[in-house]
Design a protein around this ligand. Structure first.
Ligand code: ADP
Ligand code: ZN
Ligand code: ZN
Length: 809
């Protein structure tokens, strides 16, 4: 009889676009599953790869190497994800193995958690080995058994297979210590009715009253029940013994404020909300469909998501919810927890590697049916995805700006197509791209036009900064109109939020004697003075130097501190309104996880009157006592050399403005700008998105920018300006050559040109932009370019491909 042979296809995490076939030796046959990692020989090396296909064959293939080991006890992703990975690899022109590596949560490396120990026989033979390689390894293990330390620690190379050999000889044993779930789970006692048909006639009136109450209300925590039946404790035991109720422990979640997340239940929907929920619920289980929900701030989008998700769960589907990256647990995440408790896996950047891994395992092991998290959670390994929700779909944090430069919003649509399920994108300020898809009938539009509590949107008044050009110093930016509004709001004991897009004190320090700008040595940008730490800092590379160091050209210590940042505004508020409690929220004030919590908590308890901050204050917060929002200079985002700068400015204004007037008092916004007549400012003032959209689309069309074309950016960087520039120029020439053989669709080549941020951390930066109205064709073009030419590029120069780039800087 011919022995059955099992082959696997393996994607290795190397910059290679093909995958490789390996033979699985019989001892591993039972363990071989798609989604597990394997250790394979690769040339002279040993590499980790992912099993992406398995087949058996009795006709042996020639020259196929055997795998060395299978690394996982259970798969890390379901087979259905392979289609998603392959799409990513094709579309973003990124090697499959590296796509998978990027998709999996960090820290799954088993060696991180593996401990080795000498066995009894290992101890016995230890001395006999002397100073041989085995002897040294064994001694090292005896000292410190963490596997990754051993692999990296000795003078010679210790491989997995050396370790495996010692294991086979039974000299050592390996223990995998997986870190425990999120630290310190809190539980409390819950009670629920059972045997609901059982007659109550044998019970005392009090006992039967309690049971009736429970049958009505369903499960409830004992503490909560105590509020209704203060003597409940003496009834629990007998009712449990008579099998009317069951007592159990349930995990209680706490928000970052350390407060319990109290379970809540579905609210009665408003008419507008009901239309939206019905529409999406009706499409569950009926294949792919994409929706764009445009709902003004405070219109109850989250409640809509919750109720649609609940229906999807009831129909047996898994649900993926994406939220933007913010420095803390988002409001949305909190509310999903409150509604679905245990059934939610949470994936966000505040979690450690171990915690993320645990959440991942919960999904793989089917312990939860919803995941909520930031962009990478689009890879949540569910097998039966029936609904995908993307909250604040316009948010820039959905685009990853390093390694695999994917956009999770776009990927949500792809995953929806592959999983054959509806995808709901929602935002108060939808992206131009998504709005364009509505116009082209690719998306179905859904609308929530009113705030739930019927409060009007805040009134926005525009202040023209040009009129204040002659004011002294910072008074250019803190205008009488703004000061007046702040004063009045303080009098009414309401709260104020001041938004400025720059942190630090002075963003443009200049020598008063020679006029030299205080610049970063490694970046082509000026340093920012941070008064609170007495240092100049570079916001691009992190370089910092003492503020006492003065001008590097003439040595003078007379430095003019031009340019405003959050610190300067905070200072000014303190001196102008000595009785007001002023605080600041930006990346500098939130070094520890707790400091941001402290600030937000103070804000909520109204222990802060004026909060100054960067974008961080624009997103998601819900403080009902804020009635005034000041935007100090809207032009900071408007003047970016980027075709999306109008879009971003409009979104930012609408989002910041949305923080005002969320309670019962109407809100107002003072919007300061040098360009009051700019269309994005004018439309933002009226909060008229449709008007903004039509004007913006007009510009995009006339310049043939996305969404009318697709873009791919080629970024070139290196430490040597000449070499970098010459590679950029070569690529420009190759592009032009290649265009001649690609005439089916027009491909526009812009550049090569120096990037607006021309040097970061010692690397010079150049770029080329390619545009084409046909996505597939552009992709094909860049692949030809890469395969045909990039091999010639000097290895010291880094060339990266960014498909649908977000940052033009
Ligand atoms: P958005 O996400 O659109 O900004 P939210 O979902 O945060 O709006 O809703 C704003 C507020 O209104 C929240 O406090 C929410 O609990 C409340 N809310 C939403 N829908 C309803 C409803 N149908 N009935 C009562 N309150 C609601
Ligand atoms: Zn000087
Ligand atoms: Zn720098």
């Amino acid at each position: 009889m011919v022995e059955k042979k099992i082959y696997i296809e393996v994607a290795v995490a190397l910059p290679l676009f093909q995958h490789f076939t390996y033979l699985v030796p019989p001892p591993f046959h039972k363990e071989t599953e798609i989604g597990k990692r394997v250790l394979v020989p690769f040339g002279k090396r040993t590499l980790t790869g992912y099993i992406i296909n398995i087949y058996d064959s009795s006709n042996g293939l020639d020259n196929i190497k055997e795998i060395i080991d299978i690394l996982d006890d259970s798969p890390l992703f379901p087979e259905s994800m392979i289609k998603v990975f392959k799409w990513l690899s094709e579309y973003y022109i990124f090697p499959l193995g590296e796509v998978i590596k990027c998709a999996l949560p960090g820290g799954i490396n088993i060696t991180d958690r593996s401990f080795l120990k000498l066995s009894k026989s290992g101890l016995r033979v230890l001395e006999g080995f002397g100073d041989s390689k085995e002897g040294q390894i064994l001694k090292k293990i005896q000292k410190n058994g963490l596997k990754k330390n051993i692999i990296n620690s000795l003078d010679f190379k210790v491989t997995e297979s050396d370790i495996r050999k010692l294991k086979r000889l039974e000299y050592i044993v390996e223990e995998k210590k997986v870190k425990s779930a999120i630290s310190k789970k809190k539980t409390s006692r819950y009670i629920k009715p059972v045997n609901s048909k059982k007659s109550l006639s044998d019970l005392t009136p009090k006992r039967s009253e309690i049971v009736e109450y429970l049958r009505e209300s369903g499960e409830i925590s004992v503490t909560q029940l105590k509020e209704i039946f203060p003597t409940i404790n003496s009834f629990i035991k007998p009712l449990e013994e008579k099998e009317f109720v069951e007592i159990f422990q349930k995990e209680v979640y706490r928000d970052p404020f350390g407060e319990k997340i109290v379970q809540d239940s579905a609210k009665d929907l408003t008419d507008e909300q009901e239309v939206v929920v019905d529409e999406v619920v009706n499409s569950l289980g009926k294949g792919f469909k994409s929706y764009l929900l445009a709902g003004v701030t405070g219109s109850g989008k989250t409640e809509v998501y919750l109720q649609i998700a609940e229906k999807a769960l009831n129909e047996g589907f898994d649900v993926i919810v994406l939220v933007p990256e913010i420095s803390l647990i988002s409001q949305t995440e909190r509310r999903f927890r409150a509604r679905f408790g245990d059934n939610v896996a949470v994936l966000h950047s505040g979690l450690s590697h171990g915690e993320k891994y645990d959440q991942w395992r919960k999904i793989i092991n089917k312990m939860v049916s919803i995941s909520i998290g930031v962009r990478s959670s689009i890879f949540a390994p569910f097998e039966n995805t029936g609904l995908i929700i993307v909250d604040e779909e316009h948010d820039q944090s959905y685009k990853q700006d390093s390694t695999l430069r994917y956009n999770a919003r776009d990927l949500a649509l792809v995953r929806g197509k592959i999983s054959d399920c509806p995808v709901l994108l929602g935002s108060a300020t939808p992206s131009i791209q998504s709005s364009f898809n509505v116009i082209n009938n690719k998306f179905t539009e859904l609308t929530l036009s009113k705030r739930v509590n019927d409060m009007p949107l805040p009134l926005i008044s525009v202040v023209d900064l040009k009129k204040h050009r002659d004011a002294k110093g910072i008074r250019k930016y803190v205008t009488p109109e703004l000061i007046n509004a702040i004063g009045k709001t303080l009098e009414k004991k309401e709260q104020i939020m001041l938004f400025i897009n720059r942190r630090g004190f002075s963003t443009y320090p200049v020598c008063a004697d020679c006029g030299e700008t205080i610049k970063c040595l490694d970046c082509e940008t000026s340093l920012t003075l941070h008064k609170n730490v007495n240092a100049y800092k570079c916001h691009l590379c992190g370089y910092s130097k003492a503020s006492a160091s003065g001008c590097s050209k003439c040595g003078s210590d007379k430095i003019k501190l031009l340019g405003i940042g959050t610190e300067k505004i905070e200072d000014l508020m303190v001196s102008m309104f000595p009785n007001a409690r002023v605080a600041r929220l930006d990346h500098d004030t939130i070094r520890g996880k707790n400091s941001i919590v402290k600030i937000l908590k103070k804000m909520r308890n109204h222990e802060i009157d004026i909060l100054v901050g960067t974008q961080m204050i624009a997103k998601g917060h819900d403080f009902p006592m804020i009635t005034l929002v000041g935007i100090l200079c809207a032009d900071m985002s408007l003047n970016f050399p980027d075709f999306r700068s109008s879009e971003r400015t409009f979104q930012l204004i609408a989002q910041v403005a949305g923080r005002a007037g969320r309670g019962t008092v109407e809100g107002q916004v003072v919007l300061q700008t040098y360009n009051p007549e700019h269309f994005s400012i004018e439309s933002a003032k009226k909060q008229n998105f449709k008007e903004f959209l039509s004007k913006e689309l007009y510009f995009r069309k006339s310049l043939q920018f996305p969404p009318f074309t697709r873009m791919i950016q080629i970024k070139i960087s290196g430490k040597d300006l000449k070499k970098t520039r010459s590679v950029a120029e070569d690529i420009g020439v190759w592009c032009k050559e290649l265009v001649h053989s690609h005439r089916k669709h027009k491909i526009d080549i812009m550049g090569p040109a120096e990037a607006p941020l021309s040097k970061i951390a010692g690397r010079f930066r150049w770029q080329l932009l390619l545009k084409c109205s046909n996505t597939g064709y552009l992709n094909h073009f860049v692949k030809c370019l890469k395969n045909g030419y990039f091999g010639k590029v000097n290895k010291v120069i880094r060339v990266t491909i960014d498909v649908d780039p977000f940052s033009m800087m």
